[in-house]
Every structure is written in structure tokens, then in C-alpha cells.
Design a protein around this ligand. Structure first.
Ligand code: PLP
Length: 403
């Protein structure tokens, strides 16, 4: 058997985004690319800042010896020092360079972190809806995935968290700004999570880590602030990347920052550096490390996401769709319109299939742990949004009329 049973099961589980991608290809062949409105993929579509290309060209021309060699697994010391400055400003406390580990994107960082902290059977708690890949990351490292419900407007529910904690809980992952809701966790929400974890630690002697997955920290609207998880709880680790902020998802560069307040920060960082090596990453890409260290104050055209998000939100709202207004990231997570007498939970797949009849591609909420909802990514041209809005309106009318 070429592929393990587990991976076969996982292919089945992760089939929604893949399936929509394949549906999109089929539709584009049949109707032409400009007649298909693909809101399924969260693939940043703005260009990196011009400074990125200039810096990359200069660095590529550097022929000094050792430029392409191995380095310490945690990254170049000078890059870690520069990144520590940025992480300290973001988090509102002084993070030393030794607490930074350069990673292969946020995804690589999360895998390195879970490999470092999980013993077999340890539990990882996430709030619904969640980034679908977390399930696989936890499974990669022998952990048990525990998802908990959120309250109204997807606010994290401290009581649900308290009920889910166990002596096997290794960490809780929060993601703000959130994929798929676009929600930013408030300071009070982070503090409430911190207080529950603190209380649990005092009772059991095991303080779970708070893992803050923050690749969308810079993609926020109207100057919104993203509160610091490190100020809310001492055992906190931030995972992030330049995939969204500099629009470099294919370049695979990010970092982990360990709070200086963590009890065993040094042991943890040693573990992270070792896992970067033994997972086969070895180190984050050399050229990209040097490039991002010079671009710490740059970001991509966030206003373009904001404009497109507002445009899509206005159109959808006028057509009768319900969803929380995204405060950041580039997704809208909308409720499947109610049908009298039908139970909502199973209907997200049916609704996404209904949208497909209008060449509108979306992802059902079930993949994010929230059946009854669907996700739209607005990494698409403004024209695509404008052309799609009347189709969303027609799809809503027809759905309600049972057509
Ligand atoms: N976490 C979340 C919530 C994401 O949406 C993504 C990518 O879409 C990632 C992590 C992974 O990002 P990266 O490209 O930095 O690995």
C-alpha cells in the first residue's frame, strides 16, 4: 500500500478546499476564467512591497563566502536580533533575540512547536471555527485535537475552555485576526483565557502554553489594534510569518517568539531549534531571512484588502446574507441562509453546491468545525466581486424560494 490509511483518511477529511479548487478548474475550462468567481482560496494576491524586490536583488548579488551555507538552526543571530525588536514592539514587552526561532512560515513554526511540546496523547485545544490545518498539525505529532465552541459573534468562551482543559492539555491555540471570521480577539478576551489557564496551572501544576497564531497581525482595517497575548498570559508563544504582511506565502519565512516570562524559555527555545533541524526544515531559508530583517517596517497594500472586503460585505449584506464584519485578514464567514423547517448544520455543503450553480465558489464551514456557515476569501479582483454580487443575490432568492 503506497499511502498510509491515516493519510487516506486525511485526504478525505481535507477534501473540501481541494474539491472546490478542482471544481473551479472544471468550471473555468467550461465557462472561461472571467466567468468563474472563485472565493475559495486564501491566497494573497497583492504584490510584495517594491523594496522587497530591490533588497532581494542586492542580497542575491552578494557573493561573499558562506552566504549559502548552513547556519544555527534557530536562524542567523543578526536576523533574530532584528526580529526580536519587531516582536517586542508588537507584543509590548522586551523579547530577547535568543527567544526568536526563525521558521519555514507560520505553518512550519506551529509544527516545530507542537513537535517540541507534545508527548503522545497530549491535548491541544482550539476554538471553533478554526484554521482547518490545525487538526493535521496536531495529529502529525501524536497529539489529540480538542475543539471547543465559541459564544456569540465567535467570542472565545472561558467556560467552554475551562470544561475542555485536562491534565493532558499541552496548549491552547488562538488565531487573531482570525481565519475564517476576520475577528480580532480583544484584550479582555485574551485576559479571560489567560486567567483560566493560570487557574488550571495552579490546580494541576501544568500550565498549558497559549499559542498565538498571528500571520494576519498586520492585515487589519481602520487602524484596529491587535492586543498582545503575551501581556495576557505568561506561558505564551507567538507563531507568525511574512506570508500575508509582505505577501510572500510561497517564500516560506516566519518565526516563533517565546515570551520572556515563560518559566523554561531557554529549554523551550533549545527544543524548538532542535525540532527545526530534526523535522527536516534544518533552518528557515537563508536569503529570505536576510531580506525580511530589512523589511520589518514594510507591509503589503492592506488598504486594497480593506476596500475589497467592504465592497463584498456591502453587496452580501444588501442581498440578505448575515456575517460578522471582518476586522482583519481577508475572509467573510457567513451564515447559511435559513430555510423554514430545515436543520442548519447539514446545509453548508448543500448551500455551497447551490452557489456553484452560479459559478460562485466558496468553502463549507464544516471544514472549520462550523457546519451551518461558509467562508468566502476576497483575494480576488474588484471586478470579480462586483460581477459576483448580483449572482450572490440571485442565489439567495432562489435558495429561499427552493429553486
Ligand atoms: N495560520 C493561519 C490561521 C493561516 O490562515 C495560515 C495560512 O493561510 C497559516 C497559519 C500558515 O501560514 P504560513 O504561510 O505562514 O505558513
Amino acid at each position: 500500500m503506497a499511502v498510509s490509511r491515516l493519510i487516506k483518511e486525511n485526504l478525505e477529511r481535507s477534501s473540501w478546499i481541494r474539491r472546490m479548487f478542482e471544481e473551479g478548474l472544471k468550471l473555468k475550462k467550461e465557462f472561461g476564467a472571467d466567468k468563474v468567481y472563485d472565493f475559495s482560496l486564501g491566497n494573497p494576491d497583492v504584490e510584495p512591497p517594491a523594496a522587497f524586490n530591490e533588497i532581494l536583488a542586492r542580497l542575491a548579488a552578494d557573493t561573499s563566502r558562506g552566504t549559502h551555507g548552513y547556519m544555527p538552526n534557530a536562524g542567523y543571530p543578526a536576523v533574530r536580533a532584528a526580529v526580536a525588536g519587531k516582536a517586542s514592539r508588537d507584543q509590548g514587552l522586551a523579547i530577547p533575540a535568543e527567544n526568536i526561532v526563525m521558521t519555514v512560515g507560520a505553518a512550519g513554526g506551529l509544527n516545530v512547536l507542537l513537535r517540541t511540546i507534545l508527548d503522545p496523547g497530549d491535548e491541544v485545544i482550539v476554538f471553533r471555527p478554526y484554521f482547518a490545518e490545525y487538526f493535521f498539525y496536531v495529529q502529525n505529532h501524536g497529539g489529540r485535537f480538542v475543539d471547543v465552541p465559541t459564544g456569540s459573534g465567535f467570542s472565545p468562551d472561558p467556560e467552554a475552555l475551562r470544561a475542555a482543559l485536562s491534565p493532558r492539555t499541552a496548549c491552547v491555540i488562538v488565531n487573531s485576526p482570525n481565519n475564517p471570521t476576520g475577528r480580532i480577539y480583544t484584550r479582555a478576551e485574551l485576559e479571560a483565557i489567560g486567567a483560566v489557564l493560570e487557574e488550571h496551572g495552579r490546580k494541576t501544576g501544568r500550565y498549558p502554553y497559549l499559542v498565538a497564531d498571528e500571520p494576519y497581525r498586520e492585515i487589519v482595517y481602520g487602524g484596529a489594534e491587535v492586543p498582545s497575548p503575551m501581556l495576557a498570559y505568561r506561558e505564551t508563544i507567538v507563531a507568525t510569518s511574512w506570508s500575508k504582511s509582505l505577501s510572500l506565502p510561497g517564500e516560506r519565512v516566519g518565526y516563533l517568539a517565546v515570551s520572556p516570562k515563560c518559566e523554561d524559555a531557554k529549554g523551550l527555545v533549545d527544543g524548538l531549534a532542535m525540532c527545526t533541524r530534526i523535522l527536516g526544515f534544518v533552518n528557515a531559508p537563508a536569503l529570505l531571512q536576510r531580506a525580511v530583517a530589512e523589511l520589518l517596517d514594510e507591509r503589503c497594500d492592506v488598504a486594497s484588502y480593506e476596500r475589497r472586503g467592504r465592497l463584498l460585505a456591502e453587496g452580501l449584506r444588501a442581498a440578505g446574507y448575515e456575517f460578522p464584519e471582518p476586522a482583519g485578514a481577508f475572509y467573510i464567514f457567513a451564515r447559511v441562509p435559513e430555510l423554514p423547517g430545515e436543520a442548519l448544520p447539514g446545509l453548508d455543503v448543500a448551500f455551497v453546491m447551490h452557489l456553484k450553480k452560479y459559478n460562485l465558489l466558496a468553502v463549507p464551514g464544516v471544514g472549520f468545525g462550523c457546519p451551518g456557515w461558509f467562508r468566502l476569501s476576497y483575494c480576488v479582483a474588484e471586478k470579480t466581486i462586483r460581477d459576483a454580487i448580483p449572482l450572490f443575490a440571485r442565489a439567495m432568492e432562489d435558495w429561499k424560494a427552493g429553486r
